[in-house]
Design a protein around this ligand. Sequence first.
Ligand SMILES: [Zn+2]
Length: 346
Amino acid sequence: MKKTFFIITAVALIATVALGLCACSDLSDVYDGTPYTDPDSWRLTLHTDFTALDSLDGTVWAPSPHGLRKYEYWCADMIEFGDEGLIVKSVREDDHKCSAGICPQSGVFTSGIETRDGDEVLFEQAYGYFEATVKVPLGTGMWSAFWLQSNNVGNIGNGGKDGAEIDVYESSFLSDPTKTGSAIHVDAYSAPWYSYGDHVADTGKDLYDGRFHTYAVLWTPDAYIFYVDGEETWRTDYRGVSTVPEFLRLTVEIRDPEYAVYGPYGQKIGAFENADDGANDFVIKDVKVFACDDFAPYVNSVQDFDDKKGAYTAAAVCGAIAVAAVICAIATLIVVLRRKKRTLQK
Ligand SMILES: [Zn+2]
């Protein structure tokens, strides 16, 4: 009788912990892809044709925040305009002249643009279709990205619902040029609550052919669906689809070649080198955003969510107690079974 009781207790506790872990897993395979709405309710909410611009004045775009990023400096002076659109240059310089007087004289300099200027968000939207037509940098040691972000992504708890980093694409598969990566990051950027889900897709086409490619995400209340040149590459609702408005970012990052010549998906990208043939240029031609009015009832504001750090800490303590209980139950079970065996042997 005791044996049965202990077995039931142990199985129940293990099942509880296992179910808790499963609830956090990716549910992308259950999304059936049913069109959420009819196309008539879609409308264009942002269109920037960068080939028609010679500055960002009067647009919803601003240079990414000035200063040291990781190894590289983001300097607004690295942004230029050409016939093909906005160009983010990437160079190592020993005589860098920063017009803002922020950057050092020596270093590796690059930049990006976003629909946020300092703390002021210039354009943001929850749900819709977001696409950017760009030429990725062809040089080694660097990656460009098109991503969406919320100022609230640092909050703990609620998974992605109160804001997620949505990486529509991250390049740097130079050694494997048909591949592209996408990712979702939630709950701040450090342990223990932070997590991310990502996917590397093989598009079957050379994304490093020096031509423009269009990277997009369809963000519905049910899922994020990613596309390269109109072909779906991944769909996910990782840790709950974001329900709050997010701003757009198109950036270049470079890592310290001495410590990490790996891209965001662990792929080797090599060390950064200066190029005088434009190979390191990130060219942004066009960005479009569409909204669907049917999604409006599902939009939340960041104020609708609490930072759940305290509640999560309590949950972690409960979880630790549950795991300890499972270990105790198994240990007790082993002891009981051994005793029973000894009794039978006598
Ligand atoms: Zn600067």
